[in-house]
Design a protein around this ligand. Structure first.
Ligand SMILES: Cc1cc2nc3c(=O)[nH]c(=O)nc-3n(C[C@H](O)[C@H](O)[C@H](O)COP(=O)(O)OP(=O)(O)OC[C@H]3O[C@@H](n4cnc5c(N)ncnc54)[C@H](O)[C@@H]3O)c2cc1C
Length: 375
């Protein structure tokens, strides 16, 4: 499946009075917000129903909670799958929807929602009236003009857990990093990596090869990382290739606008380390994000839906998976699959108001069967 794609763009609204251009509006049937397990299955269902769709996720990869929180935990309650690791489930969902090649846009957070007029008359396809369209904008400025939106945003947009020290905000993105995007910027620098999960250990190990010195800081001796990675890190420390300090960040020392060092509170003392760059990898937290302000009926931060259609209180906006709220809702992957399947059947009528959706089993639809069999 392609990533960061911009398929099906139409030329409307690209040119501005000042001569500048914006990326063209992407016109499709359905926008799926969230590429967690439910969003991925929804993409497959959209393809089966003959709908075009695009997916966005604020993260840089698909998988939602399965990939970010428990990739190596077994899951036993997916129908017909007696057991698989969470990441394997995500990989299979990606494989399942791959035949439709729907574009996935990563590092894109759904921000704005507006109702827009139906297509200009000049763009009407005869007999294909789009009475109701929605425009979703992302934080990077992408715009999607769609017949319906399916929100599969789970617990909300994942964001890095930030360093809770007064000096932190001013250093963010300059000398304090919550992700490593460009390893070259750490070459020859004194780098402190804070955290005890796989990301912290992986990056500490990787950067020790090019940084002047890497120090891993974690609040305890034990780690939430793969045994092999922990063993590799301990071997690197024993070989003098990097340092490990048990403690917590106590203060960040600055010189002008740059980082000069960090104070680590250990069990008995405070250790001062000189440092040029701090990488804090404490994991992710979920934030309700802008969807909470889309004027949808919400309950406890989740979207209230009608369980016959999984439509929200606003026309054409649906919710499935953990973000959906209704009586007796279960936060389980299989519930989300069902919700997405029903939501899309209703959403079909927004995309094709003039057509009746005739139910055909996938195996009885020759075109679909061909597509799925030869994938
Ligand atoms: C430790 C643990 C173990 C679990 N074990 C099981 C199990 O064994 N079986 C089971 O069925 N369930 C299990 N669950 C629950 C299961 O993971 C969830 O029900 C499932 O992940 C919900 O899927 P989802 O696609 O709705 O949301 P998520 O997996 O949360 O994915 C939502 C996606 O939406 C994105 N997003 C959110 N807001 C925006 C926005 N504004 N713009 C763009 N993207 C956005 C997020 O970045 C995320 O990728 C477990 C959960 C945990 C935490």
């Amino acid at each position: 499946m392609p990533t960061h794609a911009t398929a099906s763009a139409t030329p409307d609204s690209c040119h501005h009075a000042d001569g500048s251009t914006r990326p063209p509006v992407i016109r499709t049937d359905i926008l799926i917000i969230g590429a967690g397990p439910v969003g991925l299955f929804a993409a497959f269902q959209a393809g089966v129903l003959g709908l075009k769709c695009e997916l966005i996720d604020v993260l840089d990869r698909a998988g939602g909670q399965c990939t970010e929180l428990y990739p190596e935990k077994p899951i036993y309650d997916i129908p017909a799958v007696p057991g698989c690791l969470a990441q394997d489930l995500v990989d299979r969902l990606l494989e399942q929807c791959a035949p439709f090649a729907f574009p996935m846009h990563f590092n894109e957070r759904a921000n704005g929602l507006a109702e827009v007029a139906a297509m200009p008359a000049a763009e009407h396809t005869p007999g294909h009236e789009h009475a109701h369209r929605l425009l979703v904008t992302t934080d990077t400025g992408k715009r999607f003009n769609v017949a319906a939106v399916l929100i599969c945003a789970g617990a909300g947009a994942f964001a890095p857990q930030r360093v809770a020290l007064p000096e932190a905000a001013a250093l963010e993105d300059r000398h304090l990093h919550y992700a490593v995007r460009d390893t070259a910027r750490f070459a020859g620098k004194r780098v402190v990596v804070a955290g005890g999960g796989d990301s912290a250990l992986d990056w500490a190990l990787a950067l020790r090869k090019t940084a002047a010195r890497v120090t891993l800081v974690h609040r305890r001796e034990g780690f939430r990382a793969a045994d092999g990675t922990v063993a590799e890190m301990r071997a690197a420390v024993a070989a003098g290739e990097m340092d490990f300090v048990v403690g917590m960040l106590g203060a960040l020392k600055t010189e002008g606008e740059t980082l000069a060092g960090v104070d680590i509170r250990t069990r008995d003392d405070t250790v001062s380390l000189p440092a040029d760059e701090l990488i804090a990898l404490y994991g992710l937290v979920s934030e309700p994000g802008p969807i909470a302000h889309w004027d949808l009926d919400m309950r406890a931060g989740r979207i209230l839906v009608d369980t016959s259609t999984y439509e929200s209180s606003r026309r054409g906006i649906f919710a499935a998976g953990d973000i959906a709220f209704y009586a007796n809702k279960q936060k389980l992957i299989l519930s989300g699959f069902h919700e997405a399947a029903l939501a899309l059947r209703r959403a079909y009528h927004y995309a094709f108001p003039e057509k009746a959706l005739v139910h055909v089993h996938t195996s009885n639809n020759a075109t679909l069967k061909e597509k799925l069999t030869h994938a």
